[in-house]
Design a protein around this ligand. Structure first.
Ligand code: DQA
Length: 149
């Protein structure tokens, strides 16, 4: 089974960015944890990060040709990018799972809405790295029987 992990804007700054909110783990460390977890459960993960909406859209459009599911942290784009929402809807029924490190429902008002969540297969938020591991588990359970070799 092949899974993709895509992190959006400002997540390249994990480790130094607002550590009181996002912790001190770097993106490379987070990716290593998720990749190791996937490997231990039979999923090969490929990771990417971009600060650019169009690059994220290109990755989402390509994802069904490359893997069995996509774990996606859209960052702040979750709150207002209809273009990303449309990209996720366009690849349906290919499963995209939205993740957030922080609990967006418990933060500023503008973070309470995710415009991308309704077209995602599932959302895991507020668990830090556990949100990503929950997404791996979800996709393993969902797509395990129909995976890419
Ligand atoms: C985030 C939450 C977003 O509101 C924020 O803009 C981010 C990170 C998270 O993982 O908690 O960039 O997606």
């Amino acid at each position: 089974m092949k899974l993709l992990l895509l992190n959006g804007p400002n997540l390249n700054l994990l480790g130094q960015r607002e550590p009181q909110v996002y912790g001190t783990q770097t993106l490379a460390e987070l990716e290593a944890v998720v990749m190791a977890y996937g490997a231990a459960h039979g999923a090969e993960l490929t990771c990417n990060q971009s600060n650019h909406e169009g690059a994220l859209i290109d990755w989402i459009q390509d994802a069904p040709h490359r893997a069995d599911g996509l774990i996606f942290n859209p960052g702040a784009y979750a709150h207002y990018s209809y273009a990303l929402r449309d990209a996720i809807a366009a690849v349906a029924p290919f499963p995209v799972v939205e993740v957030h490190l922080s609990d967006i429902s418990a933060r500023e008002e503008f973070r309470h809405t995710s415009v991308t969540a309704p077209v995602c297969a599932a959302v895991f938020a507020g668990g830090g790295q556990q949100s990503y591991l929950d997404a791996v588990d979800y996709l393993l359970a969902l797509t395990g029987e129909h995976s890419h070799a």
